[in-house]
Design a protein. Sequence first.
Length: 248
Amino acid sequence: MHGSFDTVDNNLLRALRPDDWAILQPHLEDWSAQSGALIHEPGDTVRHAYFPRGPSLISYLVVLRDGRGIETVLVGREGAVGGIVSQGRLPAYARAVVQVGASFWRIDVQDLEQAKSQSPNLRHLLTRYADCLLAQIFQSVACNAAHTIEQRTAKWLLAAMDRTGRHDLTLTQEHLAAMLGVGRSYLARVFHDMRGEGIIETKRGHVVVHKKSRLRSIACECNAAVTRHFDDVLTGVYPNGQDETEKR
């Protein structure tokens, strides 16, 4: 891997101390994938950990018997997916798929285990991140049970914007409806109302957010709760979501 520590474009890696970074850096490889690329399916042996860079996003999807994949976690530059804290053989429980394609850092889980054995600080950092990831899963369960489709849609858009730093999201209504576990017709009505208020604009394969503050007023409290927990456990790692839409 090339590049200095100052140019690392993954917040979790940037939270490392320079000496810990020096241990990990030789094992990281530059890896890229397009949107929709499959990282692993349930039951696959997890062989790598992936750190999204910049606007890249990965979704964890629980696959149901009828083939639907319901999103439980969205991971961006604040984190990683794969064998972060587990040791030994790690069978995947959920499907991991690239939501927004770009660049990632990738590391073999055996190399990661070796690096963690050399650095207690690295091991503790990844363990604390795993706690934040678990908090996101807890919140997702509560959100799906208690909040409306409109609230959950707004929450998802905000979470994606925070992680990518963009207001133009690569997304289709069909795909988002499937991830939220709702019918496309329900989501279409939500998008129709949001377009009517000028909150969003939909293009072919894209959703453009024009009024982020209004989106926040619609969203449930779940994204803010996850952000607070990140700030308590890993200060400065969760993206602040500042972009040009903050001016609108």
